[in-house]
Design a protein around this ligand. Structure first.
Ligand code: C2E
Ligand code: CA
Ligand code: CA
Length: 916
């Protein structure tokens, strides 16, 4: 493209759409093929081997070439979501990459909002579209951008960035295929990032191993690392040397036995047995001999690990030391330091109960600041952990704790609070409690210890409780935040429904649990015209509409009747339903239809009565996929199709999936098939209806696929037509057909051969020359060859098609219009073309005796064709009555199962001999 110097904005507004003619039809097929190839290439790249920036650079370049646009970029969202940062921008006209730049969400609210609502933003006129209007002055004009196609990068249910495709100076009406392609590229970026994150996590893991090493070094307790296989000491820490008197040099390379540390071999055997059976030993009391001969009692805990080789790590706690009690308190803090979540609270109460020698300890939380009960999170009595309980605050010392702060009732607690059932139940004399206060000063809960005996060291107990209350409050707050974060990461906040990532998890989980015979359906529902409602009535109404649809789904009777189902909001105006354990595929369709009816009933919102439409895509398990991501993709494609066709509901159909793996592989195999002569041509006889004599054959290709068996043309011709491989395929069929014709010509010179040409052949400037070459090669009479062309092949580029037809016609070859009646062309339209014959399509002929409309079409077509001097062939004659009727209507030729099915060459030979 010529770089233009820009002086005024007006020149962009008239983007000449003719400056780069967008091909329809053939072009679209070609594009899909290009997109598929690009995706395949991208998928093959080794993501981790390459630098992340390299991956992005090759991705933007590939996307720009594939979609034939000037600018493609990848942006990632900052952690706080406030700005998009440019990772790579490929400017095709200049052949340059850039990676400097950021877009602040505050400056482009409409765009950011639109991005969070849909997977793909297709913006045809970026200078007028409200979603991109904010970019006009700062971005669109200086970069001469007219159309944009942006796809969000989604990871774990959250938006992480965007892939932007920008068309410079040329207006683009993005096709669904192009949209799907960009979405696939964005998915790919997400996958690449996930893989990288995984690699980073592994890296971090080895860092945590280093940290473990530090713990080892600094621990106040003696620690020993031994090799499991032979007990050789691999390492000891400083405390080990201090306590035992053996230095690291003394110990390493020896074993605990050779050092003589074990006082009793029975104790050692017991330790070893327990380690072997449980892979760990918890607090076993043993006696160790020090270097100077002293004996000391230790509590040994050991753990067998297998990294990198089987190793035993042992910690020895000195029980004879006078520091024991102080250490216990220190331990609570130490032991708790590493714990988080539920196990933190469990250890806290356990340690408190033990350290203070209490009869009961618990930590509880308040549902809200002014709740009247406490729900315990963990309870520990002398005998061990207890079941959770709900504790009435009124008339309890806990109420005092919450209002007054840390409080102690050293004796007579149960008499002071006669209404407190728990105090009575445990026969409580002493009580100490501390409130858990959030960082903002709100009470979150409390920790309590209770004693059956009057309390002696009240001050120590209160001190201890105060210390741990601070830590427990922080943990409780953190737990709530983590719960909230976990919820946010897996749910949509507007509807409180699970998000896409969560849904995928749920589906995969339910599939793991289901048995082999189970069936399921994944349903994707996309509201029609939601964007319009959002833009015209405002986001508030839009949000409310989404909420009301979510509610309707949650209460849809057809779903509530099911034993299980999962709902999710998977995108801005997109919902999904997972239906496991279905008795049949039909059952799925019944449910889906009922649910769709329910959600499309008009909604009254803010005084508006909103009619909402919904397009529904369905993917069936196991027919369409065996895992969540595959099923989601299939449902998405089906949903796309429903939208495209304007139909309410579509079930996934592999044949319509441009990215289905079966199709991609078949496409890749077709050229091999042509080269390796896997294509076979069958011949279907055509008869003169007036006297029943054989007129000739139509050549119909089949593919003897090495693994899939004999494939009919319906399974691969449409694929071949997507790429240039249809050309060699056509020449291969023509070659075989003419070879056969020349053989038959020796018997009966009047036979003719019909061969199908495809639209792409007509676009090939060498087409006529190639046909002529083959005619010469097989020494057949040109007029014996009839080339069948479908109407649709002619409409796509009428001028080029006509030029090729003329050349062919001039060489003496006959031309027939195939499938007549199925396209849009009228006979008068075809008048200017050099035609010889017209084939009435199967779909009109087969039922013409029972369907008056079909018969009328057949009758009038014959009449019109004759008025233009064309011979008429009827295809699809399945019985004698139809053949007879066609004869009386004046149709010259017939073809169909009633006469014969398409036959392999040998059978066709025999058919000729028996028919004549
Ligand atoms: P077509 O050109 O319309 O071919 C006629 C199709 O109708 C053939 O299907 C034939 O088997 C079928 N047919 C014949 N008689 C009857 C009948 O009495 N009733 C019914 N219901 N069907 C009948 P086939 O062989 O599966 O071919 C399907 C299509 O594949 C063809 O439709 C043609 O469009 C395409 N095709 C086949 N061979 C080639 C080829 O070599 N090149 C190209 N470009 N297309 C081909
Ligand atoms: Ca045909
Ligand atoms: Ca046909």
């Amino acid at each position: 493209m010529m770089p233009t110097i820009v002086t005024s904005t007006s020149r962009y507004l008239i983007a000449p759409s003719s400056s780069r003619p967008r091909e329809l039809g053939v072009g679209t097929g070609q594009q899909v093929a290009r997109q598929q190839t690009a995706l395949l290439e991208v998928m093959r790249e080794d993501l981790l081997a390459k630098d992340e920036a390299d991956v992005l650079r090759s991705l933007t370049e590939k996307t720009a070439h594939t979609l034939d646009v000037d600018r493609v970029s990848v942006w990632l969202l900052s952690d706080d979501g406030s700005e998009l940062r440019l990772q790579d921008l490929f400017d095709r006209a200049r052949g340059l990459h850039e990676s400097d730049g950021a877009l602040e969400s505050a400056q482009y609210p409409a765009y950011f909002r639109a991005l969070s609502e849909s997977r793909v933003l297709s913006v045809v006129d970026a200078r007028r579209d409200p979603r991109t209007l904010d970019f006009l002055e700062p971005y669109l004009i200086p970069n001469r951008i007219v159309s944009m196609l942006d796809a969000g990068i989604w990871q774990a249910g959250a938006r992480r960035g965007v892939v932007c495709v920008e068309s410079v100076e040329v207006r683009r009406d993005w096709t669904p295929d192009e949209q799907l392609f960009v979405a696939s590229i964005a998915d790919f970026v997400a996958v690449a990032r996930e893989k990288r994150a995984l690699a980073d996590a592994e890296h971090a893991l080895s860092a945590s191993r280093r940290r473990l090493n530090e713990v080892f070094k600094l621990s106040p307790d003696p620690m020993v690392l031994t090799r499991a296989a032979d007990g050789e000491i691999l390492d000891v820490n400083e405390s080990f040397s201090v306590d035992t008197g053996f230095s690291a040099e003394d110990a390493i390379g020896e074993t605990t036995v050779s050092l003589g540390i074990w006082f009793s071999s029975e104790q050692r055997d017991k330790w070893l047995l327990e380690l072997r059976t449980n892979r760990s030993v918890r607090g076993m009391e043993v006696e160790f001999r020090m270097r100077n001969g002293d004996l000391r009692t230790y509590q040994v805990s050991s753990q067998l690990t297998s990294d990198p080789e089987p190793t035993v790590i042992s910690t020895c706690r000195d029980l004879t030391s006078s520091r024991r009690r102080a250490r216990l308190i220190h331990d609570i803090a130490q032991g708790l330091a590493a714990e988080t979540g539920a196990s933190f609270f469990r250890s806290l109460v356990e340690h408190l109960q033990r350290a203070l020698d209490a009869d009961l300890a618990f930590v509880g939380s308040l549902a809200s600041a002014n709740a009247d009960v406490v729900n315990t999170i963990a309870v520990h009595a002398r005998a061990g952990a207890e079941a959770p309980l709900t504790y009435e605050l009124e008339g309890s010392p806990c109420a005092t704790v919450l209002s007054e702060g840390v409080s102690a009732f050293p004796s007579r607690a149960k008499t002071l609070f006669p209404r407190d059932g728990l105090l009575k139940q445990y026969d409580v004399e002493g009580y100490v409690g501390a409130p858990l206060i959030s960082s903002s000063g709100e009470p979150l809960g409390l920790i309590v210890v209770m004693f059956k005996q009057p309390l002696e060291q009240t001050d120590t107990a209160m001190q201890l409780m105060r210390i741990f209350a601070t830590r427990a409050a922080a943990e409780l707050e953190r737990r709530d935040q983590i719960d909230e974060l976990a919820f946010r990461a897996t749910h949509d906040l507007l509807t409180r429904l699970p998000n896409r990532a969560r849904l995928e998890e749920r589906i995969d989980m339910s599939l793991r649990q289901s048995d082999l015979t189970s069936r399921g359906a994944l349903v994707l529902i996309d509201l029609d015209r939601f964007k319009e409602i959002n833009d015209t009535l405002g986001h508030r109404v839009g949000d409310r509409l989404i909420q009301s649809v979510a509610e309707r789904l949650q209460h849809a009777p057809a779903l509530l009747e099911r034993p299980r189902f999962d709902l999710a909001r998977t995108g801005g105006d997109e919902f999904a339903i997972w239906l496991p354990d279905l008795p049949s595929d039909d059952a799925a369709m019944h449910i889906v239809t009922a649910v769709r009816e329910r959600i499309t009933e008009p909604v009254a919102l803010d005084g508006y009565r909103l009619e909402i439409g919904a397009s529904v895509g369905v993917a069936l398990y196991p027919a369409h996929g065996e895992g969540a991501s595959r099923l989601l993709r299939c449902a998405e494609i089906a949903m796309y199709q429903a939208k495209q066709r304007g139909s309410a509901l579509c079930v996934y159909d592999r044949a319509n999936d441009p990215y289905s793996t079966v199709r991609l592989t078949l496409m890749a195999e077709i050229s091999t098939a042509v080269r390796e002569r896997q294509l076979v041509v069958y011949f279907q006889p055509q008869r003169w209806l007036s006297d029943g004599k054989l007129a000739g054959f139509e050549a119909l290709v089949r593919w003897r696929h090495p693994t899939r068996g004999l494939l009919g043309p319906g399974e691969f011709i449409p694929l071949a037509e997507l790429s240039d491989v249809i050309r060699p395929l056509t020449w291969e069929v023509l070659d075989q057909a003419l070879a056969q014709l020349s053989r038959w010509q020796n018997h009966s010179s009047a036979l003719q051969m019909s061969v199908n040409l495809s639209a792409r052949n007509l676009m090939d400037p060498h087409c006529a020359a190639r046909v002529a070459e083959l005619i010469v090669k097989h020494r057949v009479e040109p007029s014996r060859l009839e080339l069948e062309i479908t109407e649709s092949a002619l409409i796509k580029d009428p001028d080029r098609a006509e030029a090729t037809l003329r050349e062919l016609h001039e060489s003496g070859v006959r031309i027939a219009i195939d499938d007549f009646g199925t396209g849009y062309s009228s006979l008068s339209h075809l008048r200017r073309l050099p035609l010889d014959a017209l084939k009435i399509d199967v779909s009109f002929v087969t039922h013409m005796l029972h369907n008056a409309q079909d018969e009328a079409i057949v009758t009038s077509t014959i009449g019109l064709a004759h008025s233009l001097g064309l011979t008429v062939i009827a295809e699809g004659i399945e019985d004698a009555a139809t053949q007879e009727r066609l004869r009386t209507l004046g149709c010259e030729l017939g073809q169909g199962f009633h006469i014969s099915v398409p036959l392999p060459a040998d059978d066709a030979d025999r058919w000729i001999s028996s028919a004549t």
